[in-house]
Design a protein around this ligand. Sequence first.
Ligand code: BGC
Length: 770
Amino acid sequence: MMKKTVLLLTLLGTVMTTEAQVAPAIPRDAKIEAQVEKTLSKMSLDEKVGQMCELDINSFGRRDAQGKFVIDEAKLDEIIRVYKVGSILNAPGTMAASLEEWQEIIGKIQKLSMKEIGIPCIYGVDQNHGVTYTLGGTLFPQNLSVAASFNKELPYEAAKITAYETKAGSCPWTYSPTLDLGRDPRWPRIWENYGEDCYMNAVMGSQAVRGFQGDDPNHVGKNSVAVSLKHFLGYGAPFTGKDRTPAYISTQDLREKQFAAYEAAIKAGALTVMVNSASVNGVPVHASKEWLTGWLKEGLNWDGMIVTDWADINNLYQREKVAKDKKDAIRIAINAGIDMSMDPYSTDFCTLLKELVQEGKVPMSRVDDAVRRVLRLKYRLNLFEKPTYKIKDYPLFGSKQHADVALHAAEESMVLLKNKNAILPLQKGKKILVAGPNANNMRCLNGGWSYTWQGHLADRFAGAYNTILEAMQNKFGKENVVYEPGVTYVPEGKYWEENKPEIEKVVEAAKGVDVVMVCIGENSYCETPGNLTDLTLSENQRNLVKALAKVGKPIVMILSEGRPRLIADIEPLAAAVVDIILPGNYGGDALANLLAGDVNFSGRLPFTYPREINSLNNYDYKVSEEVGTMEGAYDYDAKVSLQWPFGFGLSYTTFDYSNLRVDKQSFKAGDVLKVSVDVKNTGSVKGKDAVLLYSSDLMASIVPDNKRLRAFDKIELAPGESKTVSFNLKAEDLAFVGYDGRWRLEEGEFELKVGKLKQKVNCTETKVFK
Ligand code: BGC
């Protein structure tokens, strides 16, 4: 481990340790450090505050009637020459741009920055599931889908390609990956992260970091970009379920679960972090010195850069009411540890921060520390020597090679949830009705952050790709596939806007086919516009399924949705259910391949699919969230009622687990447990299986979690083939954060589980650490 620990005391079988010194999360490069110091020593205060300011490109340009992005040259000149602004973000016209357009815009900004400041600009863009904002590039499944693949290679591959295609436009920085734990399915940003589990987010997020940045964070190469982990900390569990509203999270959970993915991704080399817009336990995260400076910078000995989210310093006084005005808000945020303010429309930040320094309200040392972090990032990205790149050096941009990875990722991410009487794969030659509002558009396959923020124009930009309907026609023959949607969305409208249903038409069409495929779920949305008032799937869509069920033909229900919408009343009406989540531009083709049986299903749910609105448990709920009948008069009957559990997913084949074994029956801190299980493909087709290792702490000093995912691995097996899957589980990984905020591995029994197999192991000594 990176941390040196000092033994404090051994008392009654309890070993207590504390950290003495934390090794740097990213090893320092002496040459870069010297360059940073040299540049910093020559900078004026104006230049320093300018480097801490980030503006939206749309604050000094707009698209004209012909769609060309026109920069207001005088404004740009003022921003760079007068205010010395060091960073610009966002897509021109908040819409995907061509590589040529990106090159032209970033080229112009860099030329002026080098001439007027002598320091390159760092341009940042949300390339959230592939190149959101670059026309003709590759779009992958959204992160929630990537998580559903349980394949650790996919986030790495997707990020590597995304970095390459981003750099082809000369952009060196992306606001990705998103590591918020999606703990509340009502929240509109559930699909942006890797699901509800902290271990999953830590593993997939770290892989994405390596994919984006390459292996050496001090020297980010020509094909790589810097990441921004977002949104630190505790963003994904708002009490109201609405975006950017307060979360109330126990100190244990915050440290043990919410922090875990950030810690892992920072240790994987992440260069920047973006902050949660909202508050946790009453403290706006942008104002928290404890979390920003204490946990992230000092706690991890991390020398990276912290950027605010959109206008969030302003929000400290406008929304959160913890500051009296903008200047006060800047004082609080910068002193808490913010290094760069995404303002995004005004240079006031520069003027006010300068005043604060002159008045002694923000120490010069804090400004120097922030600017060092910004400069270090720019040197690590080699921007001083190479502020721009050339399109011709990126011949694989939007290539078939990249498309194949995206298609494969989509195939591995779709989750087969039900397959009564083996209705799937669909037999060739059968007549299929394709119905539902999600059947014939690209918008529903991609979700938000697709060509635009809300993803609402995807059908204008992604016409070259196949919708579900088109892919089904290609696969099963046009003559066999009938289309009648029954329910449609308002084109380019708000995500919840549906047209008047045409139920009779679709019922009529169903009478003439063998199978009804109903594609339902959600339209695209992002952030606050995706808030909802009812988690239940829309009434029109549920009525559509109910009407179709009356016809009596088997129903294959395809869900494409950014969060699990409640479907308890219609699920029993379907013979098969597939959740394709948000699979991206190749989602239609992937689904057709799977439904035809050309490829096998191997996805599993990375979230708990709830059945009832008052049972929104996560899979790692506290054991006492489920209380059965007590002796005597009381029937507490607190049941965890799920549609489908976390980790659930079927296949066209069956896998048998046997011989779960652990190399030690008892262990203590410092030990590594080798856990093995034999897996056999007992069906008749080839398949991939994600093998999941869970643990349960059977008794602890605070209420233990029901179970926790500790490791997973995906393997492929031919029919009849067996493999042994082994995991090395560190004893410390079984620890939890106790009532006092410290990590505890407690003596007593743990249960290790793979599938239905269980093994008990015994921890012989309690250790308290960190
Ligand atoms: C979002 C971030 C995003 C930023 C910049 C904000 O509204 O919360 O996820 O990175 O805008 O576009």
